[in-house]
Design a protein around this ligand. Structure first.
Ligand code: CS2
Ligand code: MG
Length: 402
């Protein structure tokens, strides 16, 4: 089999997505997700200008060699644009291999290690009372795990809080919106949310929280310590992880489980975090971490150090990523949990798929490949519109992490 062509589709059914379609001489095609929120066109260009010309003529069955070709051969390694592009190629090739062998991708990864995939939903509210109600809504839908994010009195808008209770899309059309932040107000308020959630819903529901890179290590240590009585499933992105050693400070002070990694793109971003057991869940995803090929290796490395996976699953990854991630999730031994931010009906119509949600769990389905398709004609009705993630400033105007 030979690769005869490849095309990049940028569309916006509710939000911007970048889809790579690789065609072969046997009529089989594969799909990969190359969406990078706010930098979509950079990845589209990397694929069109630097990847696709080198793909034509290759055997799509040689997934590992193709991955090595685009990683080592790029010379300029790593980084979200490069690795999102390589991820899309890798996932598309696994899709082709599954279709050519008429089997779902998980069968090519060692088969199923579980029957269903535990997911968590995103409950949010403008204040504690509203957030408590939102968590109850997810429990009623059958979720056994719920992330809770609340607005903070005195802060105009906070990460993770949206008007729409089922969909959360942080990217806004036009130039980056500016948000404001106060670590002090946040640290004084959030423990109260989880205290009241436990009083209201007891200890059976898994509660998660995302600090979204906004704390210093010692501030994260304080929050982790104050959340210990509420036994969170995880505290996510407690501190920026460029300084992996910073997690040593958090670890020294608290037993609250730590999750990090949605912005990582190679194992080098988390080698120390894993080998020193500084984290409990790795958030890397097949659309950012280089694809299924390296993610299998990273999951095996993490398994040696008691680290489980907790793949990123926000609206800014297309159903193609969800489809592929579920085949990865269901096959690895150290699966932890899968984030599941629902897509809009517009998005689901452009990306028909076999996976399904049922009362707190996702099921990948048994279609050959990853089981997700792409409706080019319908996609063409939703042209790209520039949209950026917000930027964030402290109340005194200091630029901070969003
Ligand atoms: C968040 C994301 O889902 C999460 O855990 O961190 O919503 C993240 O903000 C977006 O994916 C950024 O595009
Ligand atoms: Mg996050």
């Amino acid at each position: 089999m030979k690769i005869t062509d490849a095309k990049v589709f940028v569309c916006s059914p509710g939000r911007n997505f970048v889809t790579l379609k690789i065609y072969t001489d046997q009529g089989i095609y594969g799909l990969g997700d190359a969406t990078l929120n706010g930098r979509e066109l950079a990845v589209a260009s990397y694929l069109n200008d630097h990847v696709i010309p080198c793909l034509i003529g290759r055997d799509p069955a040689d997934i590992e060699d193709t991955w090595q070709y685009f990683y080592r051969g790029a010379y300029w390694r790593k980084g979200p644009v490069t690795m999102t592009a390589i991820s899309a190629v890798d996932v598309a090739l696994w899709d082709i291999k599954g279709k050519a062998l008429n089997t779902p991708i998980y069968n090519l990864l060692g088969g199923k290690s579980r029957t269903k995939i535990t997911v968590y939903g995103h409950a949010n509210g403008r204040d504690i009372a509203e957030t408590i109600d939102a968590v109850g809504g997810y429990i009623e839908q059958g979720y056994v795990s719920v992330r809770a994010q609340t607005g903070i009195p005195g802060i105009a808008s906070v990460y993770g809080v949206s008007k729409d209770k089922l969909f959360y899309e942080p990217a806004k059309k036009g130039l980056p919106p500016e948000e404001s932040w106060s670590t002090e107000k946040y640290l004084n308020y959030v423990p109260k949310l989880f205290e009241q959630l436990r009083v209201k819903y007891g200890t059976d529901v898994n509660l998660l929280h995302d600090a979204h890179h906004r704390l210093t290590p010692i501030q994260a240590a304080r929050l982790g310590k104050e959340l210990e009585p509420y036994h969170l499933f995880w505290l996510e992105d407690a501190t920026p992880a460029e300084l992996q050693e910073g997690f040593r400070i958090i670890r020294q002070h608290t037993t609250t489980p730590l999750a990090v990694g949605e912005i990582f793109d190679t194992v080098w971003d988390c080698k120390l975090l894993i080998s020193e057991q500084l984290i409990d869940y790795l958030r890397m995803e097949v659309c950012r971490g280089g694809g299924i090929t390296p993610m299998k290796k990273i999951a095996a490395f993490a398994d040696m150090f008691h680290v489980q996976t907790g793949c990123h699953g926000a609206t800014d990854m297309s159903p193609v990523t969800f489809g592929a991630s579920l085949h990865f999730d269901i096959s690895i031994p150290n699966f932890g949990i899968q984030e599941y931010m629902r897509h809009t009906e517009e998005t689901n119509a452009v990306f028909p798929h076999h996976y399904r949600f049922d009362r707190g769990f996702l099921y990948p389905g048994d279609a050959p490949g990853h089981g997700v398709d792409f409706d080019e004609k319908l996609a063409a009705k939703y042209p790209y519109e520039r949209a950026y993630l917000p930027v964030n400033r402290k109340l005194d105007g200091t630029m901070w992490n969003w």
